[in-house]
Design a protein around this ligand. Sequence first.
Ligand SMILES: Nc1nc2c(ncn2[C@@H]2O[C@H](COP(=O)(O)OP(=O)(O)OP(=O)(O)O)[C@@H](O)[C@H]2O)c(=O)[nH]1
Ligand SMILES: [Mg+2]
Length: 184
Amino acid sequence: MSILRARVIVAGEPTVGKTCLVNQVCKQSFNHNYMMTQGCEYNIKEIPLETGKSYQRVELHLIDIAGQNIFKEITFELLGKANLIMLVYDVTNPDTFHLLRQWLEGIRQQNQGRALTGVVVANKIDLENRVAVGPADGAAFAKSIGFEFFEVSTLQGKNIDDPFKCLADIFYRRYQEKVASLGA
Ligand SMILES: Nc1nc2c(ncn2[C@@H]2O[C@H](COP(=O)(O)OP(=O)(O)OP(=O)(O)O)[C@@H](O)[C@H]2O)c(=O)[nH]1
Ligand SMILES: [Mg+2]
């Protein structure tokens, strides 16, 4: 068995639910009150993978970045050395969706020369009556940047493990390709 480690940048506008999502997945806890992230928070999520041949573990090192502008100078450097990206928006707030392109640009600027991919996560789908960004738009955006798309409710725990599992799968596939190319 071997362990692969991936640095994942979790980014998006303030209050979209990044910290809640990470805490729900890593610690099974949900905070109803908004506790603004200052700078960044750091968590590790271990994902066991069924690879057919052997038992494989991927550790996602989650860098949960503060969305608030006031931290931008501090957080810019934290966007670097990324292996994967998780972009999160709030389905009730279209601005948080449209601003994901800017987040992606910022992350790309800090990771020049690295091939980056990841997932787009539409959060708060429990707020059914207030949905302002439909899944078709979310999926189209994700496709346009080569990312996978997931709809989740962190509050209800709905689908929350799926984007993390997907990131682990992507990372493992990439690792296998690298190993294959070295052996060739
Ligand atoms: N209804 C609902 N509320 C949620 C959901 N996920 C998070 N929230 C709420 O959204 C608010 C913001 O959550 P955070 O996780 O702190 O947001 P953040 O994206 O980390 O914000 P910054 O740290 O400022 O970047 C909190 O009040 C949460 O309780 C969800 O799936 N549904
Ligand atoms: Mg936060």
